[in-house]
Design a protein around this ligand. Structure first.
Ligand SMILES: [Zn+2]
Ligand SMILES: [Zn+2]
Length: 443
């Protein structure tokens, strides 16, 4: 990588000619029909997104959003199925020519976040969540995803007669996770038979992302986003007076030891040269008064992994640590690791990703498509990617001039989306879909 320092400027100048010519040859062109559709749809997509942004709804409560989506799809002449996994909407566009089946996904839900932007269409919505009064905000940018997919629907319907194959549009509720004991999201859509009558040959999804500069797209083959699993551990001792710990069993000291020892699961027992992993304790609750040793302590946390074996090993290790460290203190531990099944690893099909890379490059230029680091965040698109070859990619949403490293991130009350990402998302999704259908139809 440092070789350039040793090459003379003349040689560099000579190399620059043929090299840039090669790069230009390799960079495919954006389809004219994509450019035309994007121009026509730019304004409507911005308006739809602003409308969704001003009217956010929490996971499994996307009533208005899904009604709007269904209304738009019906206006295009499609026959959407509604009420899938509560508020999911699915429509199929049957092309006029034979070809493969593709599914495109947009998520529709918002978050219990009180918006702190000065946007004219900022959300004023409030609700009660987990017993607390809170604002509701599209702080993850799913408003953009929904608007983009509506734009894609419009463009594909306009070229339906020429389309080689079929496209299923999946407007998915509850990506952020269903409240309480409810089910929801991608896993519930699949459980309710999303792929029963329409098994896609490939599936695509996108996410607007503050860590990526507007105008750029980030994608990688293989693991992209982590599996996310929650755990809950209760350490039980025996309550006694704080002045006489020998009369009881102290679950606070046992818990402190447990939290410390658990740090060695990733640092000493996991092969992090292969893939990273995280074990985080997010809350510890125990005790009520300075001079009472409590009966028990409850801890909750999250585990992030990129590999199924590693995931299972860390579950086993954490259970082991909890039980044995507690036992060393004379206490007991009930370790629910995980306490509910979390999202699996979001893995992009390597061959599909390599094949679709030129399509993304055609939209933003080869220099603006890059491989991002592994993301410790999770995404329930993972469930689709387990079923069919899939590609999930990030569309930059942080305006030029603002450092993506310090810009308010997705889920922040100050998350602001550069609206150029709507246009890029629309063009990228269209180009990928059309290129896939065309090339697959020819093989
Ligand atoms: Zn999110
Ligand atoms: Zn999201």
């Amino acid at each position: 990588m440092r070789l350039a320092h040793h090459i003379s400027p003349l040689l560099l100048a000579l190399l620059a000619g043929p090299l840039s010519a090669v790069a230009q040859d390799a960079a495919p062109a954006q389809r004219p029909e994509v450019a035309a559709a994007a121009q026509k749809l730019q304004q409507p997509v911005v308006e739809w997104r602003r409308d969704f942004h001003a009217h956010p709804e929490l996971s499994n409560r996307e009533e208005r959003t899904s009604a709007k989506v269904a209304e738009h799809l019906r206006a295009l002449g499609l026959a959407p199925r509604t009420g899938i996994a509560h508020h999911g909407v699915v429509a199929i566009i049957k092309g006029g020519k034979p070809g493969p089946k593709v599914a495109l996904r947009a998520d529709m839900d918002a978050l219990p976040v009180t918006e702190q932007t000065s946007l004219p269409f900022a959300s004023k919505a409030t609700t009660t969540f987990n017993g607390q009064q809170t604002g509701v905000m599209h702080a993850c940018g799913h408003d953009a995803h929904t608007a983009i997919l509506l734009g894609v629907a419009d463009a594909l319907v306009a070229m339906q007669g020429e389309l080689p194959g079929e496209v299923m549009l999946v407007f998915q509720p509850s990506e952020e996770g269903a409240p309480g004991k409810e089910e929801g999201g991608a896993s519930l859509m699949l459980k309710e038979g999303l792929f029963k009558d329409f098994k896609p040959d490939a599936m695509f999804g996108l996410h607007v992302f503050s860590s990526v500069q507007a105008g750029r797209i980030a994608v990688r083959g293989g693991p992209l986003m982590a599996a996310s699993d929650r755990f809950n551990i209760t350490v039980t001792g025996r309550q006694t007076h704080g002045s006489a710990p020998w009369n009881g069993i102290d679950p606070i000291v046992a818990s402190a030891d447990l939290v410390s020892t658990a740090q060695s699961i990733v640092s000493r027992r996991t092969n992090i040269s292969k893939l990273p992993a995280v074990v985080t304790f997010g809350a510890i609750h125990g005790g009520i008064r300075y001079n009472i040793i409590p009966d028990s302590v409850e801890m909750v946390g999250t585990i992030r992994t990129f590999d199924e074996d590693m995931r299972q090993d860390i579950f086993a290790d954490l259970k082991n640590v909890a039980q044995h460290v507690a036992a060393a203190h004379g206490a007991t531990a009930e370790a629910n690791v995980p306490d509910q099944v979390g999202n699996p690893v979001t893995s992009n099909d390597p061959a599909l990703t390599a094949r679709m890379l030129p399509s993304l490059q055609a939209v933003v230029g080869a220099d603006n498509v890059y491989e991002p680091p592994l993301q410790m965040g999770a995404e329930d698109f993972a469930y689709y990617a387990k079923e069919v070859p899939s590609m999930f990619f990030f569309v930059g949403s942080t305006s030029k001039g603002i450092d993506p490293a310090t810009a308010p991130s997705n889920h922040s009350p100050k998350f602001v989306l550069d609206e150029s990402s709507l246009d890029i998302g629309l063009r990228a999704m269209l180009q990928v879909t059309l290129d896939y259908l065309d090339s697959a139809a020819q093989t």
